[in-house]
Design a protein. Structure first.
Length: 478
């Protein structure tokens, strides 16, 4: 089979429809513990389908063993009185586990026909599962490349046009012609537009915005993707707003328990509706957006004095106080969304001897140079701080220990090759990642410290990764 997974499922439904003269069919895919609609043909293509039992329900399991469908009946009241509708569900199993189901909006009376359809579904199950897995790998690869591209664009955003550019970059990634960034005013508790693209009205001049949709989304705290606003009980927008489509996506920006604002996307390019795939992409870049917005909000809110209170005056990096607060918040987020999270501790090798030999002004220049290299090398969502003395810390959201080690190695090599006024400077790096055993700020910092000391003990100028046994895995030694 050379078809893609979705197209293959559609072909299966089309074959059954023609072979058995059926009206309408649906392919339900297992997602977590539920069976959800993937594709459908006929009347079921326009219907929302919800199955009231879980994918591992004994009725479905028993039906699969018997090569029989499970029949669901829906009683509806209409002008012609009460009518019954039937959905016959044929479970599809792989390795004894229900991976999906074929549904048809009719009751199959013939027992042999039921068995034939069930066996046909099972014959194709393994091949379709292979296509599904390939599709999943391709989707994850696409998602990974999209996040990398977003991070690259994020690094190019200047402070002066931050709100507009981050809205543009996000909209381009989602293929949205219109987008807006609404930020909560803490004093009035109302939303204010910081940026808008493609809008027919000047949102930035409006004193209050988001009362129709965005305010509710921020209050609930969960993102919403809507294919058609007419079907969800929300009033249509004023005609002068001139929306091209009735689909939208709204995403609340939340850091820890702080509700920061809402990003809204409408008018998808090509006139299609926003999908769960668009929501998944936004969820992947949301932590980077949240961190970038938090930094900018800090500058806007704090003013010069408060900004200095979280900034190291020598290097211009964030300081230890800010970093430790950020680590706690990122750990909460990584647990909630099951994202990887790593911390890198970096120490300038033999810095005391460097100071003694070349003087403190040269030492300060060396630290500023290291800080600049960190800024140039790190991604937009990474948080670099001067932890104290010659020690630096880098928080790496959505980054595994192996990925962090690669970033650390790039930093190490770049510092090693940089001229520090014709002097030679190297660094040792320790890395730790959140896990079941390392699930607090204190534990993560301590683990990264252990790995750092291991790098020192391995001769300096190398990268070490902390492992689950409280030791450090030797990664690179030079």
């Amino acid at each position: 089979m050379k078809l893609e997974y979705r197209a293959a499922c559609t072909s299966v439904l089309t074959y059954l429809k023609e072979q058995y003269e059926l009206d309408s069919l649906v392919w339900l895919e297992r997602r977590a513990e539920k069976l959800e609609k993937l594709v459908a043909i006929g009347e079921l293509a326009d219907r929302s389908i919800k199955i009231g039992i879980g994918a591992d329900n004994e009725r479905l399991v028993a039906a699969a063993r018997r090569e029989m469908p499970v029949e669901f009946r829906e009683r509806r009241k209409g002008s012609a009185g009460e009518t019954d509708r039937t959905l016959s569900l044929f479970p599809v199993t792989v390795g004894g586990e229900i991976r999906g189901a074929i549904g048809m909006n009719t009751r199959v009376a013939d027992v042999e026909q039921k068995r034939t359809i069930s066996r046909f579904a099972q014959t194709l199950a393994s091949q379709l599962e292979i296509l599904r897995l390939r599709d999943e790998v391709a989707r994850r690869d696409w998602l990974s490349r999209a996040v990398i591209k977003f991070n690259q664009n994020l690094r190019r955003i200047d402070a002066e046009d931050f709100w507009l550019r981050i809205t543009q970059v996000s909209a381009e990634l989602l293929g949205a012609e219109r987008a807006s960034m609404l930020i909560r005013n803490e004093k009035s508790n109302s939303l204010q537009a910081k940026a808008a693209i493609g809008s027919k009205i000047n949102l930035l001049s409006e004193p209050i915005v988001g009362t129709r949709v965005a305010g509710r989304i921020l209050e609930i705290g969960d993102p919403v993707v809507v294919a058609d606003i007419a079907g969800v009980g929300i009033d249509s927008a004023p005609a002068e707003w001139s929306y091209k489509t009735s689909s939208f996506l709204s995403y609340p920006i939340i850091i820890d328990d702080r509700r920061i604002g809402v990003m809204n996307f409408t008018d998808k390019v090509g006139g299609t509706a926003f999908s769960k795939q668009d929501l998944e992409l936004l969820q992947a870049i949301a932590p980077q957006i949240a961190v970038a917005i938090d930094r900018t909000a800090l500058r806007d809110k704090a003013g010069e004095y408060e900004q200095l209170s979280v900034t190291d005056p020598l290097t211009g990096l964030l300081n230890r106080r800010y970093l430790e607060e950020r680590i706690a918040e990122e750990i909460v987020r990584s647990k909630r969304h099951r994202f990887s999270l790593s911390l890198m501790m970096l120490d300038v090798d033999d810095f005391k001897a460097y100071n003694d030999k070349f003087g403190h002004p040269a030492g300060d220049t060396a630290l500023r140079t290291v800080a600049e290299i960190l800024r140039e090398t790190l991604r937009g969502a990474d948080v670099a701080a001067r932890y104290g003395g010659e020690e630096f810390s880098i928080l790496l959201p959505q980054t595994s220990s192996e990925e962090a080690a690669q970033i650390g190695e790039r930093i190490r090599k770049k510092i090693e090759k940089t001229e520090f006024g014709e002097k030679h400077v190297t660094v040792s790096i320790g890395i730790a990642s959140c896990s079941n055993e390392i699930d607090s700020s204190k534990d993560l910092i301590s683990a990264a410290d252990v790995a750092l000391y291991s790098a020192k003990n391995h001769g300096r100028n190398n990268v070490q990764i902390f492992n689950a046994w409280g030791e450090s895995i030797h990664d690179n030694v030079h």
